[in-house]
Ligand binder design. Structure first.
Ligand code: NAG
Length: 429
C-alpha cells in the first residue's frame, strides 16, 4: 500500500561510496563494495546487491519514487538467484514507470560532464517496446503567431521527447499547422498533400485534424497485419484550440474512437484549457499542461501509460527482443564491438482494484550478447555452406554473417524543422 510518509534508504548509484570532508557517507549512499568483474566488461560491480539510478530531473526522495523502490526490493533476491542459476546472464534490470532504474549487479553511476544523470530508463527502446504495442502517431504542432519564443522551444522539446519514445515498429509524422496546413516532411505525398490543396479554405485546426484522422485510417488499412494491436494517436501541441472541432471528430473518429488524441497545452495561459481537455477526453486520450521545459519529460510519459492499458486487457504480455545494438550504456574499450539485444517484458500491478485500468509498474529486462545466442547454433552443426542468423518476431535481423550494424543514434534528435524527414521504415521480407 502506498505510504505517503514512508522513510526508506536505498542505494542510490550516484551517491554510493561518496563521503563528505568529515568522512560521513552521503545521504542515500553508504558503503557499497565494488569489485572489478570480467563478466561485466571489467567494471567494478557488486554481485550481492542491485542499486538504483534516478535521473536528475526526478526527485530522488519523492514519495512515489520511495514507495516504488521499496516495492521492488524483492527483485534483489530474484536477480541474485537468476545469476546463480545461469552464470551467462549479464545485466538484469527493472525500469520503473516512476522513473528509477534498478540494476543488478550494482554499479557506481557517474554523471555526465555537466553533473547530470540524463539516463531515463523510460526512454530506452526495450522499455518502450515492452510497454506499448506498435504505434502510428501523428504529431500536430501549432506554429501560428502566438507560438513564439519559449512556447516554441517547449513545443519543439515536446516533439523531440515524443519522438524519443518511438521505436522500430512505430510510424510517425509531424504536421505543422497555422493558417494553412503543411507536412513537415515532404515524403508523404499523394492523398494528404492533395487534401491540403483542396481544403485550403477550411479552418486550419479542424482541417489538419481531419487530414490526420484520414491518414491514420489509411495507414491502418495499409498495415492491417498489425490488426487491432496497433495503437493510433494524434499528439496535438498547441497554446490554444479555438475552433469548433467537434464535427471533425464526429465525422472521422466517432463512435469507435480508434484514434486517440493526446493534447499538450503549452505556456502559462489557461484560457483554452477547457477546449484542449475536451478534445483529449472525448477521444480516449490524455490532456496535459506544459508550462516550462522541465515539465516536458514527465508529461509526455503519461501517454505511454494510456497506450499500455489495452495490452493488459488483451493479456498480450509478449516478451520483446530489441534490435541489435552496440552497448553504449556501459561501453568500455574492452568490449568495443559486442552486439547486444535486450529482452524485456512489461510489469503490471496485480492489485484487484487496479486490474481493470492496467497500471503499468515498469518493465523488466536483461541484456543478452548476441554471441551467447549464436553459440546455440555451433558451426559444426550447420554444415559446410550453412550459417546461422536470427530474426525477431517482428521481422528485424538481429544477427547475420553479413549484417553490418550501424552504431545507432536517434535519428530525430536534431530535427531541422524545414527539412525532409520520413516515417520509420518497417522491415519487409
Ligand atoms: C509509513 O512509513 C512510516 C515511515 O517509514 C512508518 O513509520 C509507518 O509505520 C508507515 N505506515 C504504514 C501504514 O505502514
Amino acid at each position: 500500500d502506498f505510504n505517503a510518509s514512508l522513510k526508506f534508504d536505498y542505494y542510490n548509484s550516484m551517491m554510493i561510496n561518496s563521503v563528505d570532508e568529515d568522512g560521513n557517507y552521503a545521504d542515500l549512499g553508504g558503503e557499497f563494495p565494488l569489485e572489478e568483474n570480467e563478466h561485466f566488461n571489467n567494471l567494478p560491480v557488486n554481485t550481492l546487491q542491485s542499486d538504483i539510478q534516478v535521473p536528475t530531473n526526478v526527485y530522488n526522495k519523492d514519495p512515489v519514487i520511495l514507495n516504488a523502490i521499496y516495492n521492488s526490493e524483492a527483485l534483489n533476491d530474484v536477480f541474485i538467484g537468476n545469476f546463480q542459476k545461469d552464470p551467462t546472464l549479464t545485466w538484469q534490470f527493472f525500469g520503473s514507470s516512476a522513473g528509477f532504474f534498478r540494476l543488478y549487479p550494482g554499479i557506481k553511476w557517474t554523471p555526465d560532464a555537466n553533473g547530470v544523470a540524463a539516463f531515463d530508463c523510460r526512454n530506452r527502446n526495450w522499455y518502450i517496446q515492452a510497454a506499448t504495442s506498435p504505434k502510428d502517431i501523428i504529431i500536430m504542432v501549432d506554429i501560428s503567431g502566438s507560438m513564439k519564443g519559449l512556447k516554441m522551444t517547449i513545443a519543439k522539446h515536446t516533439i523531440n521527447t515524443i519522438l524519443d519514445t518511438l521505436g522500430e515498429n512505430d510510424f510517425v509524422n509531424v504536421i505543422a499547422y497555422t493558417d494553412y496546413v503543411r507536412y513537415v516532411e515532404p515524403c508523404f505525398k499523394g492523398t494528404l498533400v492533395q487534401a491540403d490543396l483542396d481544403n485550403r479554405e477550411v479552418t486550419p485546426l479542424s482541417a489538419s485534424l481531419g487530414f490526420s484522422l484520414i491518414s491514420l485510417t489509411d495507414t491502418h488499412a495499409r498495415t492491417n497485419g498489425q490488426g487491432s494491436m496497433c495503437n493510433q494517436a494524434i499528439m496535438l501541441i498547441t497554446d490554444g484550440a479555438m475552433e469548433d472541432f467537434e464535427a471533425i471528430f464526429e465525422e472521422y473518429n466517432w463512435p469507435e474512437r480508434r484514434v486517440r488524441v493526446f493534447t499538450y497545452l503549452i505556456g502559462r495561459e489557461m484560457t483554452f484549457a477547457q477546449n484542449t481537455k475536451w478534445i483529449a477526453c472525448n477521444n480516449k486520450g490524455y490532456y496535459t499542461h506544459i508550462s516550462t521545459l522541465a515539465d516536458v519529460q514527465e508529461n509526455v510519459m503519461e501517454y505511454l501509460h494510456v497506450l499500455s492499458r489495452p495490452m493488459v486487457i488483451n493479456h498480450n504480455h509478449d516478451i520483446i527482443w530489441t534490435e541489435a545494438y552496440m552497448d553504449t550504456l556501459f561501453n568500455t574499450k574492452a568490449q568495443s564491438l559486442l552486439l547486444m539485444t535486450s529482452v524485456a517484458m512489461p510489469v503490471f500491478s496485480k492489485k484487484k482494484e487496479t486490474l481493470s485500468h492496467g497500471i503499468l509498474l515498469g518493465v523488466v529486462g536483461t541484456d543478452v550478447p548476441l554471441q551467447e545466442v549464436m553459440k546455440l547454433a555451433p558451426r559444426y552443426m550447420l554444415g559446410p555452406h550453412g550459417y546461422a542468423f536470427l530474426i525477431t518476431n517482428n521481422g528485424y535481423i538481429l544477427a547475420h554473417p553479413d549484417l553490418r550494424p550501424l552504431v545507432r543514434t536517434w535519428m530525430y534528435t536534431h530535427i531541422n524543422y524545414s527539412n525532409t524527414f520520413c516515417p520509420l521504415p518497417r522491415a519487409s521480407f
